[in-house]
Design a protein around this ligand. Structure first.
Ligand code: ATP
Length: 302
């Protein structure tokens, strides 16, 4: 298995603040890797270091087999970056933005037009080719920003909070696009503070809190670390109405007994019971010691 990114003690400090604190991890070639954490955890800073926009204070990384500190120009030619806030030009048309990016990334002049048109088609922006970036919808802007990051056919794509600010339909379209790129063999490194998004998209997830990686595993692996007991949900009925309650126990039998004891004591009838699988949210809470709400509270929900 080839490694797309390998960091070793990567660190960034701003004065007394350690934004990224000696993180070491590997991203495998061809996978979708999510860096999941609350606002200010150090996600953007990590991407900025790995793409040469910010110099690490300590540590180093290899990106596509190249040394971050010594071979940055060669790295830049092979990676695409989609920042959280677009880097495209407001007054340039959709197509001209792509052509311009192609120029920046060193795509031969003769190929720029063809690649731009191909990307416009793929991102369903063909009709908007001559429309200035500023006049595209938010979802279209994000799509064009991603298209621009692909103009030089990178093997590795960095996406910073790809679906923030998008409506449900655009966000779904974007997730489908990420799946397609993965299918084409592009390695995807994305940051997100949406637990659900990481759960749906990522092959592996690194939880980052205050600059440190507290866990790194597959989504299933993270869930399976929710060790403490089993939750059952019981559908209960009483003369005053129906309700669903959750009961916990160290195993299914104990949790069921707790539910039955509760029903007997309260004079309720048990209509149905099912066991609840641990969610990524529970894993997150257990592994980080944070409440899942911090992820939403700090950034505003969709
Ligand atoms: P967000 O979801 O808001 O993008 P994040 O996880 O990407 O959060 P970073 O943007 O990497 O977090 O910020 C990590 C910490 O570093 C924060 O405390 C932030 O205030 C600080 N920081 C980031 N950039 C700078 C800078 N240029 N100067 C000083 N402090 C900075």
């Amino acid at each position: 298995m080839n490694v797309a990114i390998e960091t070793e003690g990567l660190t960034k400090t701003y004065g007394a603040l350690t934004a990224v604190d000696h993180i070491s991890f590997e991203v495998r070639e061809g996978e979708v890797f999510a860096l999941l954490g609350p606002n200010g955890a150090g996600k953007t800073t990590t991407i900025r270091m790995l793409t040469g926009l910010s110099r690490p204070t300590a540590g180093n990384a290899r990106v596509l087999g190249l040394d971050l500190r010594r071979e940055l120009p060669r790295i830049k030619k092979q990676v695409g970056v989609v920042p959280e806030h677009s880097n495209l030009y407001a007054e340039l048309s959709a197509r001209d933005n792509l052509i311009f990016m192609g120029q920046l990334y060193g795509v031969p002049r003769a190929e720029r037009g063809e690649r731009a048109d191909e990307l416009l088609r793929r991102f369903r922006l063909g009709e908007k080719r001559d429309v200035p970036f500023a006049r595209l919808s938010r979802g279209m802007k994000r799509a064009l920003t991603i298209a621009a990051a692909l103009i030089h056919r990178p093997r590795l794509l960095f996406l910073d909070e790809p679906t923030v600010g998008l409506d449900v339909v655009s966000a779904r379209g974007l997730r489908a696009l990420i799946e397609r790129l993965r299918g084409e063999g592009v390695t995807i490194f994305l940051t997100t503070h949406y637990l659900e998004e990481a759960g749906r998209l990522a092959d592996r997830v690194a939880l980052i809190v205050r600059g440190r990686i507290v866990a790194l595993d597959t989504v299933e692996g993270l869930k399976s670390r929710v060790s403490r007991g089993v939750t059952v949900e019981a559908h209960l009925a009483s003369p005053s109405g129906e309700e669903r309650l959750r009961f916990r126990g160290e195993d299914v039998e104990t949790a069921l007994r707790v539910a039955l004891d509760h029903a007997a004591a309260e004079g309720k009838r048990v209509m149905a019971v099912n066991t609840i699988q641990p969610t990524l949210e529970e894993a997150f809470i257990e592994l980080t010691g944070l409440s899942a709400e911090v992820m939403l509270a700090e950034k505003g929900n969709r």
